[in-house]
Design a protein around this ligand. Sequence first.
Ligand code: NAD
Length: 289
Amino acid sequence: IEESEKFRIEYWALEEAKLARLPKPKPLATRVALVTGAASGIGKAIATRLAAEGACVVVADLDAGKAAAAAAELGNSDVAVGVACDVSDADAVARALREAALAFGGVDLVVNNAGLSISKPLLETTEQDWDLQHDVMAKGSFLVSREAARLMIAQGMGGDIVYIASKNAVFAGPNNIAYSAVKADQAHQVRLLAAELGGHGIRVNGINPDGVVRGSGIFAGGWGAQRAKVYGVEEEDLGRFYAQRTILGREVLPEHVANAVFALTAGDLSHTTGLHVPVDGGVAAAFLR
Ligand code: NAD
């Protein structure tokens, strides 16, 4: 047997051994998920889907009462709990992960979803706007991922971290510098952390939704009126406007984003990390108008 052939055999044997040691993704029914900002909108739809798949779910949101109420809709405290957590506060994030781990014996799926949207043109964007936007979404998701990674590495069983970014992570949304910039930051966190945590069996992926008008608190809270003004349409027509410019011609709903979280974490995409999945009816491929 030639030296080079011996090397090849040894190399693959080592690779096999390494793979065998890596934690394998587990079915959702055996998992514990923490979803930030899950008291409303997209986060609530994600928490609902994960609970329906049998995962134990921790609803983490700013207001303890709202988090508890959303968790109660998912089931009793054996399967869902609410925790108060401001993701921009490192101590609160550490407490939330600890509470989650105590409630269900660990956490192996974390969704960085909490957010808000300050939609203003550059000249109207204040330093406070910029800081708030970045505190909640850039620093917030960094803190949550760091705490989740600490826990997952200690557990030694791998896990998933999913970021709900936005198509604005890739395309500049007009008149929303703070929001678009922070979404691009989150997209880069996905790539960086995928590279850093892969060796622990922790996969990090992102989802880029287009405008989710119906069922989103962000749109109800002023963002919808502002976007309608930017695009020159009536606010009640905004969902239809977004839908019409997509290849599929359909509105994106919170459930579509939840479907993507399921697809990324249920096991079939176990060799996928560092990816951003567009949930946008095809807008990332082509704008129809
Ligand atoms: P939403 O307002 O319905 O939900 C956001 C949740 O985050 C709320 O429950 C809110 O209380 C919570 N939150 C805000 N600040 C927080 C903090 N500091 N700590 C913990 N929780 C906090 O909005 P949504 O549309 O469901 O948005 C959810 C995520 O999806 C956001 O990250 C948003 O940027 C992203 N997204 C939304 C759209 C859309 O069109 N709606 C599109 C792309 C991406």
